[in-house]
Ligand binder design. Structure first.
Ligand code: NAG
Ligand code: NAG
Ligand code: NAG
Ligand code: NAG
Length: 349
């Protein structure tokens, strides 16, 4: 029996990992596309990578809509073992867990390769029987034109089962199955040539997410609020550096209070805020984080998952995150006013 995987959202990151998994014997990968459907249907996904060279990945099936996927599933009696979701998270605009209706079966695992915190909840609530695996990657990849993926660098992907009841210390029956499926998925990634795919437990993976969030909240949100300051300014301007480090410290000191454990620095081998600032200050490309590009191009930013969710999780426990809260309040209103103006001018959002 082959292992079947469905990519939900064939953007750069999803397509990159999907194309690797498709190279593993007995793994069949399909893609549920959005704007790149025509290109992928015609030519597959063309990948360029410094590590894996140039290759084309033709999905087993290419779908243009969830209904298309459900229809083919019924017609051909398909079952997906893994639904790999790598869409941008705009929880205030749409609930993407809806896309998976009718695609989840007994034995299906939902793998979320997305930024931010608490992104798993919508999937857990909608599909209480399914295994939810949470993943964080530092791979950098872009899609310069539909169906063409450029992998720039890095491949690290951390995957852990999402078992939030463990935050309160109580294990459940199904946890063992979730851990097994998690290990199996990481084994597939390893077999696909990803050298630094790593399996974590629930808390370990959530700490990785909080760590990534500390950097994203500090760099991306501040870049927008400064009108486009890049890496160098955020780490070298004296006042801004205090702010940037202050945001990272605030996020990293909140995580243990939410997860009920000390931050496992030794175990996870993650960069401290000082190390992040030093490494960022050496980056002279002058490039700006993705949230700034979203703002600059009039697109919605991932404000809820990057800024809103951590402060809400903290608030539930009576903890304040004043730096992150200030950025959230300011950016949310800036985005609202911008979109309101667009509507007034009669242009599309
Ligand atoms: C990505 O992960 C690798 C380890 O697998 C590490 O060497 C590298 O510094 C990481 N890159 C970033 C930007 O964190
Ligand atoms: C953990 O316990 C707290 C307080 O008792 C409760 O509010 C929260 O919902 C619990 N979380 C889970 C995931 O069960
Ligand atoms: C420099 O920063 C940009 C944007 O954050 C990133 O894409 C690029 O990989 C970084 N380069 C290095 C050498 O860290
Ligand atoms: C923050 O910026 C980095 C670098 O551009 C990017 O990899 C990451 O996805 C961004 N996060 C968000 C939420 O925009």
């Amino acid at each position: 029996m082959p292992t079947r995987i469905l990519l939900v959202g064939a953007g750069a990151i999803g397509a990159f990992f999907g194309s690797r998994l498709a190279a593993v014997p007995h793994v069949l990968v399909s893609a549920l596309c959005r704007s790149n459907y025509k290109a992928v249907k015609a030519n597959g996904l063309r990948i360029t990578s410094p590590k894996f060279g140039e290759y084309t990945f033709k999905p087993e099936h290419t779908f243009y809509s969830p209904e298309d996927a459900r229809h083919t599933k019924r017609e051909n009696g398909l079952k997906w073992d893994y639904l790999l979701v790598a869409t941008k998270v705009l929880a205030d605009v749409s609930d993407d867990s809806e896309l998976l209706e009718g695609l989840v079966e007994d034995g299906t695992s939902i793998v979320l390769v997305q930024n931010g915190l608490a992104i798993e909840e919508a999937y857990r609530k909608r599909f209480p029987q399914a295994t939810v695996l949470s993943a964080a990657t530092n791979a950098s990849a872009v899609q310069p034109e539909p169906g063409r993926i450029t992998h720039n660098r890095w491949t690290r992907i951390a995957v852990g089962p999402y078992l939030p009841h463990l935050d309160n210390g109580s294990a459940k029956e199904g946890d063992r199955v979730s851990n097994e499926r998690n290990k199996k998925f990481v084994d597939l990634l390893t077999a696909s040539g990803i050298p630094d795919a790593e399996a974590y437990d629930h808390a370990g993976l959530q700490f990785v997410r909080w760590h990534k969030l500390a950097i994203n909240a500090a760099m991306n949100a501040s870049s927008v609020l400064t009108g486009g300051a890049g890496n160098q300014a955020l780490s070298l301007d004296p006042e801004l550096a205090i702010h940037t480090k202050g945001v990272m410290d605030e996020v990293l000191s909140t995580a243990p209070k939410i997860l009920g454990k000390e931050f496992p620095w030794e175990e996870l081998k993650l960069a401290t805020p000082e190390q992040v600032l030093t490494s960022v200050s050496r980056n002279t490309t002058g490039s700006r984080p993705s949230m700034w590009h979203d703002w600059e191009n009039g697109r919605r930013m991932e404000l809820e998952t990057i800024l809103g969710n951590p402060i809400r999780l903290a608030r539930e426990k009576g903890i304040d995150m004043p730096r992150v809260q200030s950025m959230y309040a300011l950016l949310r209103m800036a985005q609202e006013r911008r979109d309101h103006e667009k509507v007034q001018k009669g242009s599309k959002l």
